[in-house]
Design a protein around this ligand. Structure first.
Ligand SMILES: Cc1cc2nc3c(=O)[nH]c(=O)nc-3n(C[C@H](O)[C@H](O)[C@H](O)COP(=O)(O)OP(=O)(O)OC[C@H]3O[C@@H](n4cnc5c(N)ncnc54)[C@H](O)[C@@H]3O)c2cc1C
Length: 449
């Protein structure tokens, strides 16, 4: 019986295993050095914040794997020998495969800062990072201040986590406005203010120079590059992005770039070896997507797609229209299609921005300046319906259509205040149009493309 070995028990690896099992009787082994069982990485923050226990982050009961004949092996793969199809483990044993899937995810970036390996310096990726955080930042008495380095989605989650235990936070962000490589100016500024309003000491245009040690090899303070200022702290969180976790493949024949190089079928240069999830790097990016997509749902999609190929139905990875969602403290954010920040925005992309006068609620709609084709939307504080934007993007609707039918897209629960009329009024005033807002129609909402 063909033996499928998957390195990595994250969302991409376990999705692949589950789908291979649905489609076939193949022997399946999942290897992981991190945990015995799959858990939801995106929910790690809620464990620290006391909203759930770690076991609540495991979507499958422990018996699920045996029942579905998916073997789990705990161990760290230190070498892959593709000629003999053998995995070598740090623990000394080996494992043979017929087909190998690399699904080893990411690791937090470290840029060679002096002191980056001291006790009290943590990433925020693995379950072990959470355990370190619990050890070094259990409360504000033990951790009198934490410094977070790197202003992305994981950095702001870490700030929220520490804030929930009333631990003072200084947040160093290299850019001159929060996440402005991705967010347009108005949104990025709103998030700057929101962070500061939560009593987080946000330092924009600020880089880490060095982390200083006390006599016991523990973090004592950090030094800021630009000013030389020393900030005393007990914990430093490194959240300056992630990199594919592929160092163990450096001596193999598998082609590597920043990640494991794959084609549209998620195949590497070596027969019977594939890569999926955060560690896979497309030879050529798909549309505006990045060659490495470090998000949850794309890992799941890659797992589903590759299961088809491995079970005899060769299928390319086609992720469809871009979407994503996240949270900036208590502000929910969604994005559908493409809305570029200042950096990298194509010359043809125009924006319409609406912001509530008092609250942190806003949207930005991107459209083509000549054709008026709707290109994408960002929403903050308003929940929108994914399927509707997916449909409008596929149908290549123009921006006037989208604005007139925006009520169809609203996904806020019943009795929530809605803003589509205000949004349309501002749109009409800005573009000298006379559009009327259409009432929400369930028939339209559930109609197919
Ligand atoms: C705190 C946090 C919050 C996030 N929030 C969101 C979010 O809201 N939305 C979103 O879309 N994405 C989010 N992400 C990103 C998302 O979690 C990742 O894209 C996703 O988990 C990657 O899944 P994966 O299967 O590729 O790899 P992983 O989940 O990283 O799993 C890979 C596994 O392989 C193991 N492994 C690696 N190397 C070896 C080896 N040599 N031997 C054995 N085992 C090995 C690793 O230890 C790990 O267990 C978040 C990430 C973090 C860290």
């Amino acid at each position: 019986m063909e033996h499928i070995v998957i390195i990595g028990n994250g969302i991409s690896g376990v999705t692949l295993a589950r789908h291979i099992r649905k489609l076939s009787d193949k022997k399946i082994t999942i290897v992981s050095a991190e945990t015995d069982y799959f858990f939801s990485r995106t929910a790690l923050m809620y464990v620290y914040m006391g909203h759930m226990k770690f076991e609540h982050t495991q979507p499958y009961e422990n018996w699920f794997w045996k029942k579905n004949r998916i073997e789990l092996k705990k161990g760290y793969v230190k070498q892959v020998e593709t000629e003999t199809k053998t995995l070598h483990f740090a623990e000394g044993d080996t494992l043979q495969y017929d087909k190998l899937i690399i699904a080893t995810g990411s690791k937090p970036n470290k840029f060679g800062w002096p002191g980056q390996d001291l006790n009290g310096v943590i990433g925020m990726y693995h379950k072990q990072d959470l355990e370190q955080l619990e050890k070094y930042a259990p409360n504000k008495e033990v951790c009198k201040r934490a410094v977070i380095v790197g202003g992305g989605l994981i950095g702001i989650e870490l700030a929220e986590m520490l804030n929930s235990r009333k631990i003072p936070v200084t947040f160093l962000v290299r850019e001159n406005s929060f996440w402005n490589g991705v967010l347009p100016e108005g949104e990025s500024k709103m998030i700057n203010d929101h962070i500061k309003n939560h009593h987080i000491d946000l330092r924009l245009s600020t880089n880490l120079k060095e982390i200083k040690s006390d006599d016991n090899g523990h973090v004592k303070s950090i030094i800021i590059e630009e000013t030389g200022e020393e900030i005393p702290c007990n914990v430093v969180g490194l959240t300056a992005g992630v990199t594919p976790n592929i160092d163990f493949l450096k001596d193999s024949d598998i082609e590597l770039g920043r990640g494991v190089k794959v084609n549209r079928f998620l195949e590497t240069n070596i027969a019977d070896v594939y890569a999926i999830g955060d560690c896979a790097e497309q030879h050529e990016a798909i549309g505006n997507r990045r060659p490495i997509e470090a998000v949850w749902y794309t890992g799941r999609m890659m797992g589903e797609t590759l299961a088809q190929t491995i079970c005899g139905n060769k299928t390319p990875y086609k992720p469809g229209h871009w979407f994503n969602s996240a949270k900036f403290l208590d502000i929910e954010y969604q994005t559908y299609g493409w809305v570029f920040g200042e950096r990298g925005r194509p010359e043809y992309e125009h924006h319409f921005h609406w912001k509530h006068a008092k609250e942190n609620i806003c949207i930005t709609v991107a459209f083509h300046k000549d054709t008026k084709e709707f290109l994408g939307i960002n929403t903050f504080g308003i929940r929108m319906r994914h399927e509707i934007f997916d449909k409008w993007l596929t149908e290549k609707r123009d921006v006037d259509y989208v604005m007139s039918y925006l009520k169809d897209a609203n996904f806020d629960p019943e009795f929530f205040k809605t803003y589509e009329n205000d949004i349309l009024t501002q749109y009409n005033n800005t573009f000298n149009t006379n559009l009327t807002a259409h009432k929400k129609s369930w028939k339209r909402i559930f109609s197919k493309v």
